[in-house]
Design a protein around this ligand. Structure first.
Ligand SMILES: C[C@@H](O)[C@H](N)C(=O)O
Ligand SMILES: C[C@@H](O)[C@H](N)C(=O)O
Lengths: 160, 160
């Protein structure tokens, strides 16, 4: 049985944090994640898209109980002139949903199917990050159960 | 030996494609990746960050020899009124570099170290997407060998 998706993972304990408008030049990502690592913040997802006019947003996820620690580490680094950002947005009302599967690589339809399944339920995708064997999205936490169940059905997995 | 990073993967055959400014509402991601899947475009990375004022960019990577096919699929979908974007930017001069390791999860310092290593070589990070066991970045292709060697050294891996 060649199922491209072998499971759906989910977590409601992660917060999404975004540094709005950081400079797009070498050293900025290191200057952001160095202090977070030193402060013992357990970073999971990291998402950075292309820059426009030399600036871009940097988003990461971390446990909701580490948001204050992360904010302090970043604000301290900003006050010390090591990093600069126009805003720091923390969103603790998210859930991370991932479709996992070894066969994903050649099944670019998996992403389309996952996104279509969420869309059919009226669930907006806030953030996307993927690797060959896993597609992760952040959605509003209130939709977590609905999303997980809909994806189990769409990919014909055992009932959660 | 508890090495958080067990290997560095790289590929110069992937192109970065960005749909600039898509609407941030349910169904848009499905409307983008459905046509790409139908056209047989092998999507690898997908990156979407938070929206601002209801719009966001959608970036994905695909084999450089499928860029024309992807552009046609997206332009056809746009002409048919299924999706809307303000621009479509293809960049074939990139390389994908990934640090891979099972122990990453608890080592949020791995990201900081990887970004610092690239920054020390003056390499700008264009895009970032991560999952628990893998951190992937897109950089200018001309820096691929430099980046891979520097990361091998930083994480004390066998010479490439
Ligand atoms: C934005 C950030 O990734 C920057 N481009 C860097 O290389 O550090
Ligand atoms: C931008 C896109 O991801 C949109 N939010 C969707 O859910 O489809």
């Amino acid at each position: 049985e060649n199922r491209p998706v072998s499971g759906v993972a989910y977590s409601r304990d992660e917060a999404k944090m975004t540094l709005v408008s950081v400079a797009d030049r070498p050293g900025i990502a290191a200057a952001i994640f160095g202090p977070l690592s030193d402060a013992g913040v357990n970073v999971d997802m990291i998402i950075q898209n292309i820059a426009e006019e030399g600036r871009t947003d940097m988003t990461f996820s971390c446990p909701t109980d580490q948001v204050k620690r992360a904010e302090k580490a970043l604000n301290d680094a900003k006050d010390a002139g090591e990093i600069n950002y126009h805003g720091l947005v923390a969103d603790t009302a998210v859930a991370k949903i991932s479709a996992v599967g070894i066969g994903m690589r050649s099944q670019s339809g998996v992403a389309a199917k996952m996104f279509k399944t969420l869309s059919d339920e009226g669930i907006n995708i806030k953030v996307i990050a993927t690797s060959e064997i896993k597609i992760s999205v952040l959605v509003d936490r209130k939709y977590m159960e609905l999303a997980v169940q809909a994806l189990h059905d769409a990919f014909e997995l055992e009932k959660a």
